[in-house]
Design a protein around this ligand. Structure first.
Ligand code: ZN
Ligand code: FE
Length: 230
């Protein structure tokens, strides 16, 4: 079971819960209070935090949550930018258990050098944080563009029926940008109609299906000649 809720100004918080063992993980922790509120609403107890990268808007709530729940904190292997309170470091090819659920770890550097994404194959759920957004990708701060492209290719290789849970609600602005590059892309135009309706209703545009992103997200289409030409 996956829950999504807003944090800070435009971040998303996520809980993934395993009914069999009652284990619950928070994917990142932008701030503690909305995570605690979501847990209390469900009657769940936090057992794990899976961190994607060191940015403050992804780890800001970790210390308080760890103090309150004594949960395990899992973070990327790359320690160049320190993350506090870490119990377990993970790298490419590792798996992380949340109760009986298993996540595969992909190193997806570019936005930051330490960025990892977590894929729960049995749930068809990809937590891509600030690597892959709906109709966008993370800004390249620490890596370089070939590195980011390589990370996006890794995620693009996952099955079309994968649900993408990303770090921010940036979809409306991303759609505007993408339409400037592919004004005739039918999948993108459909998304351009859907997104304003979702935002007007205060509904998250997340998750999206990876198969739809492959058709509409210019950053997953940079090897299409017409897109590359832009
Ligand atoms: Zn970030
Ligand atoms: Fe972020």
């Amino acid at each position: 079971e996956i829950r999504i809720f807003p944090c800070l100004s435009d971040n998303y918080g996520y809980l993934i819960h395993d009914p069999a063992t009652k284990a619950t993980a928070s994917i990142d922790a932008p701030e503690a209070s909305p995570v605690i509120k979501a847990l209390e609403q469900e009657g769940w107890t936090l057992t794990d935090i899976l961190i994607t990268h060191h940015h403050a808007d992804h780890v800001g709530g970790v210390a308080e949550l760890k103090k309150k729940y004594g949960c395990r904190v899992v973070a990327p292997h790359d320690k160049a930018k320190p993350i506090a309170d870490v119990d377990l470091r993970v790298k490419e090819g590792d798996t992380v258990k949340v109760g009986s659920l298993t996540a595969r770890v992909f190193e997806t550097p570019g936005h930051t050098l330490d960025h990892v994404s977590y894929m729960f194959d049995s749930e068809k759920a990809l937590f891509a944080a600030d690597t892959l957004f709906s109709i966008g990708c993370g800004r390249v701060f620490e890596g370089d563009y070939p590195m980011m492209w390589n990370s996006l290719l890794k995620l693009r290789a996952l099955p079309d029926d994968t649900r993408v849970y990303c770090g921010h609600e940036y979809t409306a602005a991303n759609v505007k940008f993408a339409l400037g590059i592919e004004p005739d892309n039918a999948a993108l135009k459909a998304r351009a109609e859907e997104v304003p309706r979702q935002r007007a209703a205060n509904t998250p545009t997340i998750p999206t299906l990876l198969g739809e992103e492959k058709k509409a997200n210019v950053f997953l289409r940079a090897d299409v000649p017409a897109v590359a030409a832009h």
